[in-house]
Design a protein around this ligand. Sequence first.
Ligand SMILES: Nc1ncnc2c1ncn2[C@@H]1O[C@H](COP(=O)(O)OP(=O)(O)OP(=O)(O)O)[C@@H](O)[C@H]1O
Ligand SMILES: [Mg+2]
Length: 360
Amino acid sequence: MIRKKTIFLKLFITYIVILFVSHFVLAIASYLLLQNNLTNMHQNLNLNQLHTVVSLFVMSSIISIAITGLFAYYLSKKMTAPLREMNRAALHIARGQFDQRIKIKTRDELGELGETFNYMAQELAGLDQMRKDFVSNVSHDLRSPLTSIHGFVRAFLDDTIPVDRKRHYFTIMKEQTERMIKLVNDLLDMARIETGQLEIHHDIFNLSEQVRQVIARMEPEFVKKQVNVELISEEAQDIYVFADPDRIDQVIVNLIQNAVQFSSPDCSVEVILEKDEQAVVSIRDYGPGIRQEEIESIWERFYKADRARNKKTGTGIGLSIVKHILDLHQSPIHVKSEVGKGSIFTFTLPMAPNLSKKPE
Ligand SMILES: Nc1ncnc2c1ncn2[C@@H]1O[C@H](COP(=O)(O)OP(=O)(O)OP(=O)(O)O)[C@@H](O)[C@H]1O
Ligand SMILES: [Mg+2]
């Protein structure tokens, strides 16, 4: 309470002190001037006259001090009002009420401080919303597979599943656990990215070979989705790049996974490798495409364009991790997409000398 009033009191007392000092100096100066004038005119100061002059001076001083004092009180109160409001709003924000804002009435430094305060409150509200969304998204994405596994395990224990269907249900349970493992791994990666702990270990590696391996590894997924994935490269020799092989593997897997996931059966997905000043990797699909107004947002974590359609698929973290990994490589990624026609994601990597070439 005492602290809250300090600035106001300091300002008010300063005004009053300045007023008293100025009046005191003025009184001495006027007295000396009067004395001097009378002495020059060879007159002596009559006591009555002196008394009248002094009382006039005291009267006018009292009136002016009272008026300016009132004015100083009003001014100090007005000047410190935004600070008191900020204090009140900050206390509410500290209790988690992020909708608090300051009404900015002035264009001075205090007004500027109020604007910064409002900006801070808005950012905090955004962070709080993000935290809530995060908890609800993750809980939901973990609950669905857990509920289904729980149901199957109970059915197994109750012996209600026919022997010839057991394999089928075990396969579903395996897929569900894989989904949870992917989600947890993605979350761990995201946490590493946010704390700046995701490190990139650059190395020279054969990008063409890596893409071939990824496609071979993901074959069962393509078969299941009935999507044909092909590698297109017109280069006579393999392309070597200087990047983190494990993280680039993760980027390629995520982009191919999306292309396959959003393609209809019997569609094809192309992985195109080209060589310019840099190595260029493109993943093209002929799926539903992404609306122009959503393209900016697909890199945000948990963002899923057309939520209803994607309800059963991923969590919306994949592309955010892809973007972060490529940012750490200082490699840009672009997407071109047309609704109903498909999408193409393209990123570049710095070239490295071909290690398999024999020195001439
Ligand atoms: N090739 C694509 N075709 C159409 N939409 C896409 C494509 N790639 C991404 N998207 C859109 O961008 C959103 C974000 O993609 P992202 O990979 O981050 O998440 P996800 O695939 O839904 O989940 P996760 O990758 O975390 O399992 C997707 O939900 C989808 O709406
Ligand atoms: Mg994805």
